[in-house]
Design a protein around this ligand. Structure first.
Ligand SMILES: [Zn+2]
Length: 242
């Protein structure tokens, strides 16, 4: 293969490695935010259970205060009962006592219920805490790995960019411009092989005379897609051999 074409092919290899490294590098912030959002979901889950537990604590406190108040009232009413003179007053006070007693029964059931709910919430908060711990560890590990990968990729991009300028400087400017145009138009493979007598990019058949020229290493640009067609089999294993 002619020197210029093999230079162009080398450039394309450099560029595809650069493209891959850059694409992976660009993906890192997205991976990081995924890690962060998983972690904040676990934090939010923990906060919900925590809020539930503190809400139950408040309910419990209120019930206990009301119960203490009821006990006080009951004692007060029972004392009063002894000093009442009329039947009507006595009857009214008994009703009040019974009302407070019913209220105390309700409070007892409510306290018991709340205790069960608190037990369940404590179990939930322990689970959520363990999950949060696990997610935090995992997120830290992943962030470390991504930071390492990022610095490796940055170094690789720097190295490849350096190599690329060296390779590009060896390619004739006319070919280089055409190559850059093809890449800019979105064709990552600006140089393709001659595959069974056709363009390896768009599969258009190449006239036999041009195929012969290609095999001699003469630069040939596909009239349909514009890619450079080279005889890869002359210098390197064909795709079938790999
Ligand atoms: Zn083509």
């Amino acid at each position: 293969m002619e020197q210029t074409l093999s230079g162009l092919l080398k450039l394309q290899e450099s560029d595809s490695m650069l493209d891959r490294a850059r694409a992976e590098l660009e993906g890192i912030p997205g991976e990081l935010s995924l890690v962060e959002s998983e972690l904040s979901a676990a934090r939010a889950e923990f906060a919900v259970v925590e809020a539930r537990l503190s809400e139950l604590g408040a309910v419990m406190k209120k019930c206990e205060e009301e119960k203490a108040d009821s006990i006080r009232k009951l004692a007060e009413y029972k004392t009063k009962l002894l000093s009442l003179r009329t039947n009507a007053e006595y009857k009214a006070m008994l009703e009040q006592i019974s009302f407070v007693e019913r209220r105390m029964d309700d409070l007892d059931s409510r306290i018991l219920e709340t205790m069960y709910e608190e037990d369940a919430a404590r179990k939930d908060i322990a689970d959520a805490g363990r999950k949060l711990e696990r997610y935090t560890e995992r997120a830290n590990r992943k962030k470390e790995l991504l930071a390492e990968r990022e610095s490796v990729l940055k170094a690789e991009v720097d190295r490849l960019s350096g190599d690329r300028s060296g390779t590009a400087s060896a390619v004739p400017i006319r070919l280089l411009r055409k190559y850059e145009q093809l890449r800019a138009s979105g064709r990552s493979c600006a140089v393709v092989g001659l595959v069974r007598g056709a363009c390896g990019g768009c599969h258009t058949n190449v006239p036999p005379q041009n195929a012969v020229e290609i095999s001699q290493g003469i630069p040939y640009s596909c009239p349909i897609c514009g890619r450079y067609i080279v005889d890869l089999d002359g210098n390197r294993p064909s795709e079938e051999d790999i």
